[in-house]
Design a protein around this ligand. Structure first.
Ligand code: ADP
Ligand code: ASP
Ligand code: MG
Length: 254
């Protein structure tokens, strides 16, 4: 039985119909005989909207309060997704970053993960439930919520996959994988079926937002295979696999 971590970005859970669609995909993966842990981002533009609301009240809001506010976005999507899985006849358990054991330093808005102790996630998985974890967040030494920087759910997903010893981390987004250029801007851009960590690291550091920089660094360091693919299709995406690993041995790649 494979253990798969799936991350769904904000564009994949933008409204309740999308959340139901994602729930079905998660259940299908589980029913194929896999254990599935999910990391979810806030719905659509929720994080931007929360920031706008904060700035309309206080032009220079306290960092601690900003992180308290921003972590709320992922709490909404994680609980709705757990409900959608329940409504579709399966079992899921959602966890905040704190409950999932994401311990960070105290850099509000750009916290670094120091350790991941996902005991409750493991417990849910061992009971046959889907575990859903709020992306982009952790808790600092004072017990206050922190956020990992914009796009940080990608990093949460890889960190969780590493801590659980998952076989693969799937990053579901709104395009069919990593392209030679942003396919929304360059219509002739081509999907790259396989790419190495260094090349995607370079793309991420040049500002391409398809994967967060720290997520790629983390995956490379811990040799975690990644599959970037669309949650809107079943087409294969882009595989990023450590040297020496035969991609055909990885679960759920077709
Ligand atoms: P999510 O909400 O799933 O986290 P993001 O908006 O953060 O999604 O990232 C996906 C977007 O990244 C795509 O919609 C695409 O416009 C953009 N993008 C930029 N460069 C690339 C690239 N080289 N390949 C694929 N997508 C890219
Ligand atoms: N919701 C956060 C953001 O918009 C984290 C993420 O989506 O990865 O930046
Ligand atoms: Mg993103």
């Amino acid at each position: 039985m494979a253990l798969i971590v799936q991350k769904y970005g904000g564009s994949s859970v933008a409204d309740t119909d999308s959340i139901k669609r994602v729930a079905k995909r998660i259940i299908d993966t589980k029913r194929k005989g896999n254990k599935v842990a999910v990391v979810v981002s806030a719905m659509g533009d929720t994080t931007d909207d929360l920031i706008d609301q904060a700035l309309s009240i206080d032009g220079n809001p306290p960092e601690r309060e900003m992180d308290m506010l921003m972590t709320a976005g992922e709490r909404i999507s994680m609980s709705l997704l757990a409900m959608a899985i329940h409504a579709a006849g399966d079992r899921a358990h959602s966890f905040t970053g704190q409950q999932a054991g994401f311990l960070t330093d105290a850099r509000y808005g750009a916290a670094h993960i120091k350790a991941v102790r996902p005991d409750r996630v493991k417990q849910a998985l061992s009971m046959g439930d889907v575990a859903i974890v709020a992306g982009f967040q952790g808790i600092n030494e004072d017990g206050d919520p922190t956020t990992l920087g914009r796009g940080g759910s990608d990093t949460s997903a890889v960190a969780l996959a590493v801590a659980l010893g998952a076989d693969i981390c799937e990053i579901y987004t709104d395009v069919d994988g990593v392209f030679t250029a942003d396919p929304r801007i360059v219509p002739t851009a081509r999907r790259i079926p396989h790419i190495d960590y260094d090349s995607i690291l370079e793309m991420a550091s040049c500002g391409s937002k398809v994967l967060a920089l720290r997520c790629v660094e983390y995956a490379q360091r811990f040799k975690m295979p990644l599959h970037v693919r669309s949650s809107f299709s079943h087409r294969p995406g882009t595989l990023i696999v450590p040297e020496g690993v035969d991609p055909r041995t990885l679960p759920n790649i077709d």
